[in-house]
Ligand binder design. Structure first.
Ligand SMILES: *[C@@H]1O[C@H](CO)[C@@H](O)[C@H](O)[C@H]1NC(C)=O
Ligand SMILES: *[C@@H]1O[C@H](CO)[C@@H](O)[C@H](O)[C@H]1NC(C)=O
Ligand SMILES: *[C@@H]1O[C@H](CO)[C@@H](O)[C@H](O)[C@H]1NC(C)=O
Length: 316
């Protein structure tokens, strides 16, 4: 009798497992959407862009990529959402709540929440600006504060709870040792989700498991990694793709083997999440025409960015 009760309790309580159990792989041809954003200046070769590092990051892990343009009608996002297996919100420099990136992102975020609530495992990843966008979308307000954190390479200060996470709970021990003890994460942000503000916001603490935080140059703590408890939604304030594919000459980016191992782990983790739903293109021609390869890659080498895809969002 006692034994049976214990057994039942173990089954029911998600105390040491994660709340959300990832379903098995159902798709070995994941296609991930990456959101574009407005170009910084009008003299560039297109009105919107995606930095090539994000594309390579996903391709490295076995995914194909479809660009998602901004300033399109809701029907465009709804259609694309049904064909792709995940979305990556990249870093950049547009407004986190009011830009076309944020407005398009909000439509995709809402579609993902709705789909996941209906049992569809649709993962989202936000890097840097994308991370900030996710926090703002969940809080439903601009949740950012200025920090002195641009151009810092840092180890993560892991939360106590990281072991219960999907992202880090089953990561190789070596990856966790590197993350904890070595400067393997690249930070290029002027805004942050402050740790104290996060911890005092029930909307964010009930939605996201805090995985790590860091201090800026003044010792102000910001959230550096989170994942949603009940949704396959993940964010890093740091840039794993830059360690692998970023060769900016005016920054001191680490390319240590340990930083590369961490970044490759993250790419594999996210693309693996995208193998767990069956969204697909129904028309092979539409599929082929939607791929990033159809778009023009430009060589910048301006000191910060090496390669970019540019788009004219208003025309194509
Ligand atoms: C963070 O930003 C909010 C909104 O702008 C502001 O009210 C708050 O004082 C800021 N907090 C800190 C610690 O700077
Ligand atoms: C970034 O930091 C490195 C030193 O770690 C420095 O050499 C470089 O000039 C900095 N770049 C920028 C753009 O701040
Ligand atoms: C965008 O439009 C401008 C002006 O017509 C053109 O010069 C540029 O090549 C276009 N960019 C792309 C990526 O097609």
């Amino acid at each position: 009798m006692m034994l049976a009760q214990c057994f039942l309790l173990l089954l029911c309580l998600p105390s040491f497992a994660t709340a959300l159990l990832p379903p098995p792989f159902v798709n070995y041809r994941p296609i991930i959407g990456v959101l574009a954003q407005q170009s910084e200046t009008p003299d560039l070769p297109g009105d919107t862009y995606i930095n090539a590092e994000y594309i390579k990051f996903l391709e490295f892990a076995g995914a194909r990529v479809v660009p998602i343009l901004v300033s399109k009608p809701a029907s465009y996002y709804k259609a694309i959402f049904s064909k792709i297996n995940g979305v990556l919100f990249p870093g950049g420099s547009v407004d986190e709540t009011r830009s076309p990136y944020a407005l398009a992102g909000r439509i995709l975020y809402d579609l993902a929440i709705q789909a996941i609530d209906n049992g569809d495992y649709f993962p989202l990843w936000g890097t840097c600006l994308g991370f900030q966008f996710l926090a703002c979308a969940t809080a439903n307000t601009n949740f950012l504060n200025h920090t002195d954190s641009y151009n810092m390479t840092l180890p993560l200060q892991l939360s106590q709870d990281y072991k219960n996470s999907r992202m880090f709970g089953t990561a190789p021990e070596s990856v966790m040792m590197y993350l904890m003890n070595e400067a393997v994460t690249e930070n290029f942000h002027h805004d942050s989700v402050l740790l104290n503000r996060f911890l005092n916001d029930p909307k964010l603490t009930s939605f996201y498991r805090l995985l790590s935080y860091n201090g800026d140059r003044r010792g102000v703590h910001f959230v550096s990694t989170f994942e949603a408890f009940d949704y396959p939604i993940y964010g890093s304030q740091w840039h794993p793709e830059v360690v692998l594919f970023g060769w900016a000459t005016d920054h001191d980016i680490t390319h240590s083997l340990h930083a590369i191992a961490v970044s490759q782990y993250i790419a594999n983790f996210f693309v693996t999440e995208a193998r767990r739903n069956k969204h697909r293109f129904t028309d092979p021609e539409d599929e082929a025409n939607s791929m990033i390869e159809k778009h023009r890659l430009f060589y910048l080498n301006d000191g910060t960015y090496v390669q970019r895809y540019y788009f004219n969002s208003t025309h194509n």
